[in-house]
Design a protein around this ligand. Structure first.
Ligand code: 2M8
Length: 445
């Protein structure tokens, strides 16, 4: 902890988590997201590790109750007592799947598997017997969730899992997906009628468009028609993307699982194979030499998606690039597209500022997200880019000190160039939790 101001910030971050705590897990935001979200909970557990270990443990225990029989960890576990979110269980109808666990309502897609590195971080911070026993109990579920990606989402056996919905990567309306989504033809399609509850809470200027939502809903209709059958969806789903963010996180979590297996004295043969294969495939297939950034691959079109998303920096967090390639990635981070021409932006905008489809207010099309910053910060430290890491850290601290723990932030320091300040929901859990980790350290990889 560096000074008094940071100590105050820490207390304010804890207050955000306290008010979003739901008894056994933490909702991502007070009104906008009233259920339990998968990758949010992983990040949140990291924050609790520093001062409320029982909550850190409960967060992931509660999440894994919703794990499907095929190993998939759904992206939302619905709280039957909470209303006011679309799409809810009535649209998802995951009871049509034979894999849904009894008595639980969930969505029918997954999320980036952050849980192994999150659980390892909790163990690193605590280092006690209770945490080790908790890790032991979580281990088989986490392994099964990785196995699901390899068994059901990698039909070519490449070591790269595909997403079948933008919500699975969590970077929902990133311009990177526009081309792939535009192939979902809406003409003549009758969708169930629905109401965008999000727009009652947050301005349309900061949320995905109606057309985006129509496509999101259409994909869910397709899943229901197949009874959530992954083999059928591999053949039929118009949106199949080997996502660079999800696979980088899978890769970092494989690495963490190897460490956990070692701590627990568990067998790690299968994990070792996943780890090596995904690391190699990411570096070979998802590297874009022209732009010096990693990017996702559109399996339906058989080509790479445009490389301009903040997700392209996350391979650093997983230690994927060699030293020379890592230097190129950092050059890109310092380029006008991500750093601005005269330091007018906060690190790191979610999309290239100089791209046509950049939008400084619209969710994953430009604003800064602190979970991305946290992973990039740790990635930079891992490679020894300490100065670049320090810049990311000080921008993170400045953003939350000035504006509070928002869901995302306008990337500009001053409003003349575009959006500036806190955006989306205030009181956002992962922003608070990862700020706690950043402020409390100790710094690790
Ligand atoms: C956002 O996504 C949800 C759908 O899952 C939404 O817009 O309703 C994304 O930012 C996602 O990454 C995040 O996990 C979720 C909850 O914070 O909100």
């Amino acid at each position: 902890m560096r000074d008094r101001a940071e100590a105050d910030l820490l207390e304010r971050a804890k207050a955000v988590l306290a008010s979003n705590w739901c008894g056994s897990y933490t909702k991502p935001a007070p009104r906008l997201y009233p259920h339990q979200w998968n990758w949010d909970s992983g990040f949140v557990a990291i924050g609790y590790a520093h001062y409320a270990p029982e909550k850190a443990r409960s967060e992931l225990e509660h999440l894994f109750r919703a794990q499907w029989r095929n190993g998939m960890l759904p992206h939302i576990q619905f709280n039957p007592e909470s209303e006011g979110y679309f799409p809810g269980p009535d649209l998802w109808r995951t009871d049509l799947s034979p894999d849904l666990p009894p008595g639980i309502q969930t969505s029918g897609i997954s999320n980036p598997p952050v849980h192994a590195f999150a659980a390892l971080r909790v163990h690193e911070v605590r280092g006690d017997e209770a945490t080790k026993e908790w890790l032991r109990a979580l281990f088989p579920g986490i392994v099964a969730s990785h196995r699901y990606f390899y068994a059901r989402r990698d039909p070519g056996g490449e070591g790269l899992a595909y997403i079948r919905h933008p919500w699975e990567a969590g970077t929902d309306n990133s311009p990177a997906y526009d081309g792939a989504l535009s192939r979902i033809d809406l003409t003549g399609v009758t969708l169930p009628s629905y109401e965008r509850v999000d727009l009652k809470i947050i301005s349309q200027a900061q949320r995905p468009t109606q057309r985006d939502y129509d496509r999101y809903v259409l994909l869910i209709e397709l899943y229901k028609r197949t009874g959530y059958d992954d083999a059928a969806l591999s053949a039929e789903c118009p949106f199949l993307v080997q996502d660079v963010l999800l696979n980088s996180i899978l890769c970092r979590s494989n690495e963490a699982l190897l460490e956990i297996a070692e701590i627990l004295g568990e067998d790690s043969g299968e994990i070792r194979e996943w780890e090596a294969q995904t690391r190699r495939a990411l570096d070979a297939k998802l590297w874009d030499d022209e732009t010096g950034l990693y990017t996702s691959f559109d399996l339906r079109a058989g080509r790479s998606l445009p490389a301009g998303s903040v997700s392209g920096f996350i391979p650093l967090f997983a230690g994927v690039p060699d030293a020379a390639r890592a230097r190129r990635v950092v050059e890109r981070l310092d380029s006008p597209g991500f750093a601005g021409r005269s330091g007018e932006t906060y690190r790191v905008p979610s999309y290239d500022l100089e791209a046509m489809d950049f939008d400084s207010a619209k969710y994953w099309r430009g604003p800064v997200w602190l979970n991305m910053d946290w992973m990039i910060y740790r990635g930079l430290r891992r490679y020894g880019f300490d100065e670049a890491a320090a810049k990311v850290r000080s921008d993170m601290v400045e953003l939350v000190s000035r504006h509070g723990f928002h869901e995302y932030f306008g990337p500009f320091r001053r409003p003349e160039r575009g959006s500036s300040g806190g955006l989306g929901s205030p009181g956002f859990s992962w922003t608070a939790a990862l700020s706690i980790d950043l402020l409390r350290g100790p710094d690790g990889r």
